[in-house]
Design a protein around this ligand. Structure first.
Ligand code: SF4
Length: 165
C-alpha cells in the first residue's frame, strides 16, 4: 500500500533470495473492512518490478494462465517472487475459482454482491443430484470480471475477512 509499506519491497526481495523462500505481493484490492481503498493506494505490479529492479532485475517464470500470481526469479536464478495483480493486470478471463464460506454460501467471485445458499439446500434435504444441479447453475452465472476502479463499481457484499481469502 502506497504510503504504508512500499518501502518493504526490496527488503522482501532480499529475504526471498537469502532464505530461499517464495514471497508473494498482492495489489491492494477494495475488499477491506474500512472501505478506504482508492486507486492511488495501489502499488502496481509494474511498480513493484521497477522498484525491485533497483536491487536486482526479476525474470518472469512461465505459469498457467489460471494461476493468480505471476512468478519471477532474480536474474541469477535465485529466489522467487510472486505478484498477484488483480487491479493493474486483471486475470478474470482465466479465473476458475469459486469459494464456499464457513456458513455454507457459495461465492462465485471475490467481488460478488450476493451469495448462493448451498447450506440452505442441504438443510432442506436436497438430493446429491439436486445439489449438483444447484452448483452447476451457480457456476454458470459466475461473474465475468470485477469492476475495480470503474464508475459502476459496487463493493462486494462481504469483505475479505468474511470470505476467507
Ligand atoms: S472473476 Fe472475481 S474471483 Fe475471479 S479473478 Fe476476477 S475478481 Fe477474482
Amino acid at each position: 500500500m502506497r504510503g504504508f509499506n512500499e518501502d518493504q519491497i526490496i527488503p522482501f526481495g532480499m529475504f526471498a533470495r537469502e532464505e530461499g523462500v517464495i514471497v508473494r505481493f498482492i495489489e491492494f484490492m477494495p475488499l477491506e473492512e474500512e472501505r478506504t481503498w482508492s486507486p492511488n493506494t495501489v502499488v502496481t505490479l509494474d511498480e513493484i518490478l521497477r522498484r525491485m529492479g533497483e536491487y536486482r532485475p526479476l525474470v518472469e517464470i512461465p505459469h498457467a494462465r489460471s494461476e493468480t500470481a505471476r512468478r519471477f526469479h532474480f536474474d541469477d536464478g535465485l529466489g522467487e517472487i510472486g505478484i498477484i495483480a488483480p487491479v493493474s493486470h486483471p486475470f478474470c478471463g482465466h479465473c476458475s475459482r469459486i469459494r464456499i464460506t464457513s456458513d455454507g454460501k457459495i461465492r462465485t467471485c471475490l467481488f460478488s454482491v450476493w451469495d448462493h445458499d448451498l447450506y440452505g439446500q442441504m438443510r432442506r434435504g436436497a438430493s446429491d443430484q439436486e445439489l449438483e444441479d444447484f452448483i452447476r447453475g451457480v457456476v454458470e452465472r459466475k461473474e465475468q470480471r470485477h469492476h475495480i476502479g470503474e464508475p459502476d463499481f459496487v463493493p462486494a457484499s462481504r469483505t475479505m475477512v468474511h470470505i476467507g481469502g
